[in-house]
Unconditional design. Structure first.
Lengths: 395, 395
């Protein structure tokens, strides 16, 4: 595969260091997919993790993991679940293992477009109308696309290419609820994840339908089809952090991303150097707070020996097996590394904004000392989120 | 049918004047349903109206009704459409003609509840987390329930009762986008309607799933099963206005409602006297602005001779045939009566709040004179919503 020069031109600005040993990622190897076919990942715990999204299999194991917590988390996933389950008979888990199918056709007529700058601004405005918190646009780049996905009926690898002729990717950011995130690790906090998947499913599908109604191809995508992290960075939405997340000026790492592949001609954004990743070089709060020690404390490296790490990219890479092993034991997703990140603030107050200004300047060492001095914000207890300890009184 | 006294007790506070000739409403007679079986309503225009929600049948007839306008409107309905179409083979249009089916079962265990006041406050907090703008709770009252709904396969009437034992109704309000509403009448403005149906479908389904996960029955409902207007008023969310809408202190009439029928024991709200309906008595702006003159200019009356008006309730009643006939000709929904209502402000600024304070006091005649003097806010032109006249340049 030859990557066109204009795509590689912005790699450096995006902070990407891609070697000659680069290989596109096969979704068979993501740790969630491996939990269905790879004996080194799947276990009684991973089975119990997936089962806990149905109430009859949700455990009751104390504060943050009681019936109310799982009730809220599982309900929050509902819209995402409805979309991702509807093509199960075809071996497709829409939005996760395979793109979301077009619910509406591409209109026979195309609207007359103005210049790509105007149309890009218009797309971002409509994304906001539908509820996206961030929106950026970049060029399609096959390097980030999965080579294969699983057929979810039997977990065998299949090719599932996008339609020909797609040229652009619209990346949307969806902020997670700040207070719920403060309760990680808990099943309660998982409601922040589920709510945002349900939001992003609705928003990305409405946006893609809008573009098809204008007469252009538009494929709605969540975690499927391609890695969203490099796309979000290329679309100018943030920088890559030690915690494996995109750090955004607006929300720090507290944001999820969806994407649309389209042939609509749109002006693209450029990657931004924000100084956040530079701060990550001197900060290891996320790695220090990680219970299974799945995050690196050192400098970026060229891969790991895990099949779940993309090959040939020098970056901070998590130990996905340790990370997901901890999720499985918890019976819920963990994002302590998001909660404790100094760029995440439950409310974006002036002192936080001033600190971010300092941390992203050449005075980052001073910002680090201030952050060390103030320490890590205590976790919000699930009982306090629920409005008092008796609020979660299920036996 | 005998209505328990405790339900009738709050009729007066709600402003309901219900006579001995009261009859429950049959959904066969709502004007949208009649458009599929009643030759006095259905026409080439009503068929074209429904067809226009597919792009291949959307007209192009000038500003506000071009491809971009229909593209946005039709895309905005997508999530609502997916839900309402999924049981078409069973003759059920979920959320419109029949309640939304339970996607998840009632959990086998029930959480231990605190007192109904605490639980009601908790439900309202979770409703807000899922995106509801308003939430109130009232008692189940069969007077507002449809006697029958159509089987949508052949438009014959069928009984479709709720499960036994439901006692409470949670009513949620969903505010429509203020700027889009300023463009009524236009297909563009219809995006405000579609977006809110998509929002409310997602929110009401997640809320109902949450309650089922707690171990209680919960049936999610939009326009189906029962009239939401009396329920919203009984739940303390607003008063009934001349324009047939619930006038709320927060958004005036610019809000849609969904509802959940449940057996969860919850403290109920009481109807509120807000002074808004009293202002309607001296204001006829909505009726004056209605192109087909479908709204009454006089005092409330005891019904009309239309089958689409509920029998035995003294209230302001629209001429539904004229109203929907105008929608059909437009090929989109009309809510000019919402836009011009003095209680609707695109931005809730201090002068508006002061005026509302005056209009809902005994000085309402003075408020009326001020409103007469300032006149009606000009409609926002669709070309201006789109960011300049060339923004809507489709041939």
């Amino acid at each position: 595969m030859t990557t066109p020069q204009h795509l590689r031109d912005s790699d450096q600005a995006a902070g990407f260091d891609i070697g000659p040993d680069f290989e596109r990622f096969n979704q068979m190897n993501d740790v969630f997919t491996r939990a269905f076919w790879d004996d080194t990942v799947l276990s009684a715990d991973t089975d119990a993790f997936f089962a806990s999204y149905r109430m009859e299999a949700a455990p009751r194991r104390g504060e943050g993991f009681n019936q109310r917590d799982f009730a809220l988390r599982n309900a929050s996933w509902l819209i995402s679940d409805i979309i991702s389950n509807r093509a199960a008979e075809d071996g497709l888990r829409e939005g996760f293992q395979g793109a979301i199918r077009n619910d509406t056709p591409v209109a026979a007529d195309r609207v007359t477009l103005r210049d790509p700058q105007f149309e890009a601004a218009e797309i971002k405005r409509i994304a906001k109308l539908f509820g996206a918190d961030l929106c950026g646009i970049t060029d399609l780049d096959m390097r980030w696309h999965y080579t294969q996905r699983p057929d979810t009926r039997d977990m065998t690898p299949i090719d599932d290419p996008l339609p020909d002729g797609l040229t652009h990717v619209i990346v949307m950011g969806h902020a997670m609820d700040a207070d719920l995130v403060e309760t990680y690790p808990s099943a309660l906090a998982g409601a922040a994840t589920g709510r945002e998947y349900s939001h992003e499913a609705a928003i990305v599908m409405q946006m893609a339908a809008y573009i098809r109604n204008l007469g252009f191809e538009a494929v709605a995508s969540m975690n499927d089809t391609a890695l969203v992290v490099p796309y979000a960075i290329k679309a100018g939405l943030g920088e890559y952090g030690r915690n494996q997340m995109v750090l955004t000026p607006e929300f720090g790492p507290r944001v999820r991303f969806s994407k649309i592949f389209t042939n609509m001609p749109l002006a693209v954004n450029v990657p931004r150097q924000l100084g956040m990743a530079s701060y990550c070089e001197i900060c290891t709060k996320c790695a220090d707070a990680c219970p299974p020690k799945a995050l690196p404390t050192g400098a970026p490296t060229r891969g790991t020996d895990s099949p779940s790490t993309i090959k040939g990219v020098r970056k901070w890479s998590a130990n996905c097996e340790k990370c997901f092993g901890y999720w499985a034991k918890l019976r819920s997703d963990c994002a302590i590394c998001m909660r404790v990140c100094p760029f995440n603030a439950p409310r974006d107050m002036l002192p936080h904004r001033l600190w971010v200004r300092l941390a992203t300047s050449r005075w980052r060492q001073l910002a680090k000392r201030i952050d060390d001095w103030r320490g890590t914000r205590p976790r919000l207890k699930p009982r306090d989120w629920w409005g008092g300890n008796s609020g979660n009184s299920d036996a």
